[in-house]
Design a binder for this molecule. Structure first.
Ligand SMILES: Cc1cc2nc3c(=O)[nH]c(=O)nc-3n(C[C@H](O)[C@H](O)[C@H](O)COP(=O)(O)OP(=O)(O)OC[C@H]3O[C@@H](n4cnc5c(N)ncnc54)[C@H](O)[C@@H]3O)c2cc1C
Length: 446
């Protein structure tokens, strides 16, 4: 049995490891990776003595304790990690607002606070009907209307609309609300009212604690995986052609019995031979956003005790989120210095921002009062082309047609863009584990 895994991100490498743990010979597996380093979106970059995660600040957390322990083990176990309390805020003018926003209304200046509370209560009444417990209106299908239906006009105007416009880079009416189902918990109206009069309510607490590798950034986890897979990973080897051959496949001319694909579905029409026209069309119309990360290395000994912050307003520059990278781990900056990292999205099918984005970002952070010009030591930029799945209208049907087309050829899709799912790395691990549990018995018994 010869197995090809396309892509050596956390999905591809976790699958390889789970196959081996399940009894498949490691030597029967080959991973093809386009980049010179394994890890994909989990990679980190070291510049001088500063380290940052190249596809946005990454934290380790999971509802699945076993998956989280397995991930820690890859990087050297519990002792190789720092444990952090999540402390996230929204920068609103010169104020710090508790996150989630609807649980932080008491931190707002009076005018916006009134508009947000009033809008929330009106929207809540319209949504919940006279008894206050049973929704009487259906959730709107487009994200722009959904925001107002769910949060009201004040929160839409002051936070949700400007913040989401920064991230999605499209009119919000062009995005479906389906992706928010189960992701944005409904804050009880009492909690919102309490927060507005200054009584602290916590809101969304799923990631109240998180872990981060002490050294080498988040990539320490994928480095650990890569080390175990050693020579099975072919780095700097972009796959260009996959085709069926008899009962098996060829990958760039080399024969394999099985192919698992973690490459983005949208690039496959250029690579995979024999896809039907419907699948090709579906794959080519899947939308995605890129992320450009700007590291700002600072000659400042201390930062506020924050994990990351949201920047909803255009005056704060192009970044939507800033990670306090040196707070994640002291290993991310040299002694006596600190760092911030800003994330800027762009349409993945368009052009990524050029080098001027670093200065625009610094200007924005200065305007937001997050740093002083003389503290900036240097900046560094990294762009990841596939960062966010975009849930435009018709997304579910396109995704289903794309996956079915691939599966008809017997190629198994896996991963964030391999399946176009909004997965964090722990979910990639969980899905790789489930896939290995399904494949190992099939492959070893027959
Ligand atoms: C902004 C942002 C913040 C995030 N924050 C977190 C977080 O805090 N915590 C968390 O757990 N997760 C987070 N994630 C999610 C996490 O990064 C992903 O879920 C995970 O890295 C996806 O892994 P993957 O292996 O599925 O895909 P990828 O990492 O994309 O791997 C695919 C691999 O395929 C390779 N490839 C592409 N084309 C070819 C080709 N033709 N031939 C060969 N190889 C190819 C790529 O180089 C890449 O290495 C975040 C993601 C983003 C974008």
């Amino acid at each position: 049995m010869k197995i090809a895994i396309l892509g050596a991100g956390v999905s591809g490498m976790s699958l390889a490891r789970f196959l081996v743990e399940g009894g498949i010979e490691q030597d029967s597996i080959t991973l093809f990776e386009a980049a010179p380093v394994a890890g994909g979106l989990c990679r980190s970059k070291r510049v001088g003595e500063f380290t940052y995660d190249v596809a946005g600040g990454h934290i380790l957390f999971s509802k699945d304790a076993e998956a989280m322990a397995w991930m820690k083990e890859q990087a050297g176990g519990e002792d190789a990690f720092v444990k952090r309390d999540r402390n996230t805020k929204i920068r609103f003018g010169s104020e710090w607002v508790h996150y989630p926003f609807e649980n932080g209304l008491g931190d707002l200046p009076e005018g916006p606070r009134f508009e947000c509370v009033s809008g929330y209560v009106k929207a809540w009444h319209e949504r919940m009907g006279p008894d206050g417990t049973t929704p009487v209106t259906e959730a709107p299908k487009d994200f722009a209307s959904w925001i107002r239906w769910r949060f009201g006009d004040g929160i839409a105007d002051h936070f949700m609309d400007p913040y989401n416009e920064k991230i999605w880079k499209r009119p919000l009416a062009d995005i479906t609300s389906e992706w928010v189902a189960g992701r944005v918990p409904d804050a009880p109206v009492d909690d919102v009212l309490k927060s507005a009069i200054g009584m602290r309510t916590e809101g969304y607490t799923h990631q109240s604690v998180f872990y981060y590798p002490k050294e080498n950034g988040f990539q320490a986890i994928t480095d650990g995986l890569a080390a175990k897979l050693e020579s099975r990973i072919r780095l700097s080897t972009p796959v260009q052609h996959v085709a069926r051959k008899g009962e098996g496949y060829t990958v760039d001319g080399e024969e394999f019995d099985q192919v698992i694909c973690t490459l983005p579905l949208d690039v496959l029409p250029r690579i995979v031979e024999g896809l039907d026209a419907g699948a090709v069309q579906a794959m080519e119309s899947l939308e995605y956003n890129a992320v450009t990360c700007v590291l700002v290395a600072l000659d400042r000994p201390e930062q506020p005790n924050l994990s990351w912050i949201y920047l909803p307003h255009t005056e704060q520059g192009p970044a939507n989120r800033v990670t306090y990278m040196s707070n994640y781990s002291p290993g991310n900056a040299p002694e006596g210095q600190t760092s911030l990292m800003a994330e800027i999205t762009s349409n993945g099918r368009g052009e990524a921002p050029g080098p001027q984005i670093a200065e625009e970002t610094v200007e924005g952070l200065l305007a937001a009062g997050l740093l002083h010009r003389e503290e900036v030591l240097f900046t560094d930029i990294s762009t990841s082309n596939h960062a966010y799945v975009v849930y435009d209208h018709g997304f579910s049907a396109k995704r289903a047609a794309a996956l079915e087309g691939l599966e008809r050829l017997g190629i198994v899709p896996l991963g964030r863009f391999g399946r176009y799912e909004y997965d964090n790395s722990d979910q990639c691990v969980i899905k790789a584990r489930a896939l290995a549990a399904e494949l190992v018995p099939k492959w070893t018994q027959g």
